[in-house]
Design a protein around this ligand. Structure first.
Ligand code: HEC
Ligand code: HEC
Length: 132
């Protein structure tokens, strides 16, 4: 049986191809369980209900930007009556999501979303000299 070697080699190649997605995921460090963002410790409620934040956090942030930059309004009243300063770095990142890498970045990297805000806005650890 001279073909035996070739058959084994074919089988081995087949196995490699079969498991290729798993290797790819491993090397890209993509978790099969999803992005698993880490919510901030000691906080129970975001500035709006979590269902709304999941689908529309980007819209809320852009509304905040327009309010501050175009209308000079600083204060945001949440649906449950709490008050927050409308600031990406000072409120979202400094007061709650100080571990941006474990929260925002996990989802955005997982979904391959390019978020241009960080070209100008800094996370809470690199505040000096930046847009707050
Ligand atoms: C080209 C630079 C630049 C980029 C990119 C940028 N911003 Fe801004 N942003 C600014 C500047 C400048 C201000 C005004 C800061 C001030 O008034 O103190 C501002 C203000 C804001 C504010 C209100 C003030 C505050 O402290 O946060 C929000 C909210 C905001 N931006 C959100 C965003 C979001 C969300 C993105 C990404 C989609 C983004 N920005 C991208 C430059 C930028
Ligand atoms: C649970 C997952 C998840 C978390 C956590 C998350 N995001 Fe997002 N974000 C997304 C997804 C998904 C999109 C893209 C949505 C789309 O394109 O329709 C997005 C888009 C955005 C955008 C719009 C970017 C653009 O220009 O289109 C901004 C701004 C943004 N996120 C800011 C943040 C900030 C700031 C945080 C952390 C405080 C955060 N996100 C945390 C999932 C997440």
């Amino acid at each position: 049986m001279r073909d035996r070697g070739i058959i084994w080699m074919g089988l081995a190649l087949f196995l490699v191809f079969l498991t290729l997605p798993a290797w790819h995921n491993l090397s890209a460090r993509v978790s099969a369980k999803g992005p698993q963002p880490v919510p901030p410790a000691g906080q129970k409620q975001c500035v709006a209900p979590v269902e709304y934040m999941r689908t529309s956090h980007m819209r809320l942030l852009l509304d905040w930007r327009d309010s501050v930059v175009r209308r000079g309004a600083q204060d945001y009243t949440s649906p449950d009556g709490r008050h927050f300063a409308m600031s990406l770095t000072n409120t979202c990142l400094r007061e709650c999501h100080s571990a941006k890498a474990d929260f925002c970045d996990r989802c955005h990297n997982y979904e391959a979303v390019a978020v241009p805000c960080w070209d100008c806005h800094m996370d809470s650890k690199t505040l000096l000299g930046s847009v707050k």
